[in-house]
Design a protein around this ligand. Structure first.
Ligand code: MN
Ligand code: MN
Length: 437
């Protein structure tokens, strides 16, 4: 690169490092002098050039944020702006057009039935969510999510209360189990299953399906099949007189109240005991699992097909970030990431080849990170932040930026980032997942 060109770019760099919100007048001489000093330190001119461009953008945005440029004399939805200040006036490092990375279950309609309700966040409202869709459901004590099956695999985590679930295998064995808070279940596509709320107050859970366009309204219901089949055919199929079938339901049950079940032991005995018992466990006690990764600033629990064998197509991580902590800069090579925010208050920035985008998140929100996009999550509140990272994948996979930088020859990192070897050695060498604030 020729000397004059470098000098020009260096002067742009200086404009931003020294005088971000000031007038650019009078900085030229200074910047050239600074450039010569910097140049003698042997910094890579290519890196400098890109720094200069970024810094100029940042300086312009910061200036615009501070002065009258960002004022809005027109109408505003103040509550919405207060919820998501980083979307309205993004950090100056944000750039480019990235599809929305945020939605909330609290923006969706609830389908309320006697016995509970459901709502969903799918690709229809969050276009980037192509691999997975989420459904939230509440069942009061005794109430059923009707016996059914569907085209997608179903992963779930219990958020509140207790439920009894059943799932039939093609070999005729059946799984019956109870789940409590933070426990999981997994039902493969096409496998028929049921969910029933238990005492004292039923349950509430999140379901995640491995189809972005999945809809809870399009499942195969037992009640629908029997009312779409002629009584004479049902009579022949069941080996029962039609007179015995006169009380079959004539509408979709979907969610409906029922008596509480007997004990788990009694239910298992009633279906044939050990002889009929599923060899596959379709539930997983995440509530009693030790953290996969732990630092003083948080914990991560990873569940995928390696420790929950039934969970063949969905991998998950339950992440807790303490106040001030941060889920470090990282990405996942094998899938997009669908998030459910359980508790606390945070901010996520997603980096793609298009740029970067930041949004704020609160409990009951959904986040989406496009496949392989870099991202980090900061806890901005004064309570623990808890969220789920869900992937349409057989195994959880993660790349940590720190881990990468510390496993390269230091000279390679110096050439790229202008950090000396001593400074580089202070970056954590392992993927910590959660770094302190
Ligand atoms: Mn289901
Ligand atoms: Mn992630």
């Amino acid at each position: 690169m020729s000397e004059p060109k470098e000098a020009k770019r260096a002067s742009e760099t200086e404009t931003l490092t020294s005088g971000q919100r000031e007038s650019k007048q009078g900085t030229d001489g200074l910047s050239r002098r600074t450039f010569l000093e910097v140049g003698s330190a042997g910094l890579a001119s290519a890196a400098l050039a890109s720094l200069a461009v970024n810094a100029q953008e940042r300086a312009d945005t910061e200036k615009a944020d501070q002065d009258h440029s960002s004022s809005n004399p027109g109408p505003e939805n103040k509550p919405l702006l207060d919820e998501n200040p980083n979307s309205n006036l993004p950090p100056p490092t944000d750039h480019g057009h990235i599809e929305p990375i945020w939605y909330s279950f609290d923006l969706t309609t609830k389908r309320v039935e006697e016995g509970g309700w459901t709502n969903q966040v799918t690709e229809r409202v969050l276009p980037n969510s192509k691999d997975l869709a989420g459904v939230r459901m509440r069942l009061t004590a005794g109430s059923f999510r009707e016996l059914h099956w569907h085209t997608a695999d179903e992963w779930s985590i219990m958020l509140y209360g207790n439920a009894r679930v059943t799932c039939l295998n093609p070999d005729g064995t059946i799984f019956i189990g109870d789940v409590g808070k933070n426990d999981l279940w997994y039902f493969p596509a096409g496998f028929p299953h049921s969910i029933q709320g238990l005492e004292p107050d039923g349950c509430e859970f999140i379901l995640v399906f491995d189809e972005g366009s999945f809809s809870e309204d399009n499942t195969f219901l037992l009640s629908d099949w029997v009312r779409r089949t002629p009584p004479s055919v049902l009579s022949k199929n069941f080996g029962l007189p039609t007179s015995a079938l006169k009380n079959l339901p004539n509408r979709s049950l979907y969610i409906f109240p029922a008596d509480l079940p007997k004990s788990l032991a009694q239910d298992k005995a009633a279906v044939g005991g050990r002889r009929a018992e599923s060899p596959i466990e379709y539930t997983f006690k995440m509530s009693t699992m030790a953290p996969t990764q732990q630092t003083k600033s948080g914990e991560v629990r990873i569940v995928d097909s390696r420790n929950f064998l039934a969970s063949k197509n969905i991998a998950s991580a339950l992440v807790i970030v303490k106040p001030g902590g941060m889920r470090e800069l990282h990405w996942h090579p094998n899938a997009s990431e669908w998030q459910y925010w359980i508790a606390g208050k945070g901010r996520m920035t997603v980096f793609t080849s298009e740029g970067a985008r930041t949004m704020d998140f609160n409990s009951n929100d959904v986040g989406i990170v496009p496949a392989v996009a870099g991202h980090y999550v900061e806890n901005l509140g004064n309570t623990d932040l808890m969220f789920l990272e869900i992937f349409k994948a057989n195994q959880y996979m993660n790349f940590s930026l720190n881990n990468w930088l510390r496993h390269l020859p230091p000279e390679t990192v110096t050439s790229h980032l202008n950090l000396d070897a001593d400074t580089i050695s202070k970056i954590p060498s392992q993927a910590l997942d959660i770094v302190p604030g």
